[in-house]
Design a protein around this ligand. Structure first.
Ligand code: MN
Length: 488
């Protein structure tokens, strides 16, 4: 994971004289240093800006520097906003307006006009907010005391979403073969996606992968086989199947890394020259942070890599998922999610076990090895990016995952069970109304608010289905958004 940082830009003006400006700078440096200790990425103090040029200069540098994942602005004092126009108009990085204050309390005895002139964020941040609104700029506003833990959590979440933007802009997806034939929702406009989200999506022949697999040595396979055994329990004596998956993983990883791709797709319909659909191989690549989409679904693959990068430690608990089947017993309605093989072990409640089973679908000559496990209980989201024709729509639904309520001993794949919000059937109605795909990214550590931030920074449509959503409200929302996005 690349080391990203954020830049702290503090607004002021010359009117206050050098003493006040010096105090502002000292405090801003202190705040950046203290916040850097508790935030997932460093917040680097850059400038106390007093002129149009200072602001334009720092924005130009922020745009240019790859390690800068966004700017955080704050006005300790009043900062007349006309001098921000040129800089903000040029800004190409995510922007957070942090409406905070150095002091927590109004000091009863100490407060006089000097204190008021130095500590006037309530005043300065409103002027700053106006110009953001006037320029119609996408930005996040977080208000609160800078040492408050709740504020730290919100700043952290936004930083991770902004890192998701940086990762998106560098995203390269390697497709082995095309999409599954005749499927609609996995299609999309790759030119639009590159323009909007930065993704480079290209195809390589399965034959290229087979050639790469044939060049993998026994020693390389031995090493990865050992790693599998160290990470997972063994529940099969079919060693050749596991070694074959290792060979697939090594070959795919070499090709991905050579091209700088952090996401990939394949399809069971196009495995020509391969004995097994990659199962364990894809799962272990996902565990390392690579995105994956089945049936050629490159949108879900790239989104998987982005959500992983937005998660804890830069490789969080997010994975490719597919809605399979429902349990519709009243009072215990659940979705059962899985895939034919490829579920990311970062979703597992316990140590996954390696198994081999027959896979009827596709062109498998041999039984593919895969990891089997149950998903964790806990709150999460499912995410689907769909192409509406002329624009992209990001749909996010809140879910509550449970320990699967039955053992399902004959189900040969990893499985996750959850209840969609507001309740399963209403949630399904809303999801279907919005056009959400059967493929999703399921995440335990990325929130709907982070995805809203990401969609805003990416300038794409965002639809959230949560506890308060009703089909009626959603229909109205979609109707309005359809009009708005045609005008945009
Ligand atoms: Mn699928």
């Amino acid at each position: 994971m690349k080391q990203y940082e954020f830049w702290f830009v503090v607004g002021s003006q010359f009117l206050y004289g050098p003493e006040v400006l010096e105090t502002v700078e000292v405090r801003a440096r202190e705040m950046a240093a203290e916040l850097s200790k508790v935030l997932p990425y460093p917040l680097v103090y850059k400038v106390t800006a007093k002129t149009n040029k200072e602001i334009t200069d720092v924005v130009k540098e922020a745009n240019y520097r790859d390690e800068c994942a966004g700017i955080v602005t704050w006005c300790h004092t009043f900062s007349p906003s006309k001098m921000w126009i040129n800089g903000l108009a040029a800004l190409q990085k995510p922007w957070l307006h942090f409406a905070t204050q150095y002091n927590k309390e109004i000091p009863n005895d100490e407060i006089d006009m000097d204190f008021m002139n130095l500590n006037q964020a309530a005043h300065g941040d409103r002027e700053h907010g106006f110009i953001g609104a006037r320029l119609r700029m996408p930005r996040k506003v977080i208000a609160g005391y800078w040492q408050d833990e709740k504020v730290h959590k919100r700043l952290s979440d936004w930083m991770k979403a902004a890192v998701g933007v940086a990762v998106s802009k560098q995203m390269k997806v390697m497709r082995f073969g095309d999409n599954m034939r005749e499927v609609a929702v996995t299609e999309g406009d790759k030119v639009e996606v590159q323009t909007k989200l930065g993704w480079q999506v290209n195809t390589w022949a399965v034959g290229d992968l087979v050639k790469e697999m044939n060049a993998v040595t026994d020693e390389e396979v031995d090493a990865l086989y050992k790693e599998y055994l160290a990470s997972y329990d063994l529940n099969t004596d079919n060693t050749p199947a596991i070694r074959y998956q290792a060979k697939e993983e090594i070959a795919m990883k070499k090709m991905l890394d050579r091209e700088g791709c952090r996401a990939f797709t394949n399809t069971f319909q196009d495995l020509y020259g391969m004995e097994q659909l990659p199962g364990l191989a894809s799962q272990h690549l996902m565990a390392q942070g690579y995105g994956y989409g089945g049936e050629g679904d490159w949108k879900v693959s790239a989104m998987t890599a982005i959500l992983k990068a937005m998660g804890e430690g830069g490789n969080g608990s997010s994975g490719f998922m597919e809605d399979y089947t429902y349990h519709l017993v009243e009072g215990q309605e659940y979705s059962l999610g899985a895939h034919m093989l490829e579920v990311c072990p970062s979703l597992a409640a316990d140590k996954p076990r390696i198994e081999t089973h027959h896979l009827g679908i596709g062109m498998n000559e041999k039984d593919p090895a895969r990891l089997v496990f149950e998903g964790k209980a806990g709150r999460g989201i499912v995410v689907s990016l769909i192409d509406m024709g002329g624009r992209l729509r990001l749909i996010v639904q809140d879910i509550e995952a449970v320990k699967p309520i039955m053992p399902m001993p004959n189900l040969p794949v990893a499985r996750v069970m959850w209840r969609a919000l507001p309740d399963l059937t209403t949630g399904v109605e809303c999801w279907i109304t919005a056009g959400g795909a059967h493929h999703t990214v399921l995440s335990y550590d990325v929130t709907a608010e982070q995805m809203r931030d990401w969609a805003r920074m990416m300038d794409i449509e965002f639809v959230h289905i949560g506890a308060d959503t009703t089909p009626e409200k959603l229909e109205e929302e979609l109707l309005v958004k359809d009009l708005v996005w045609k005008l945009k």
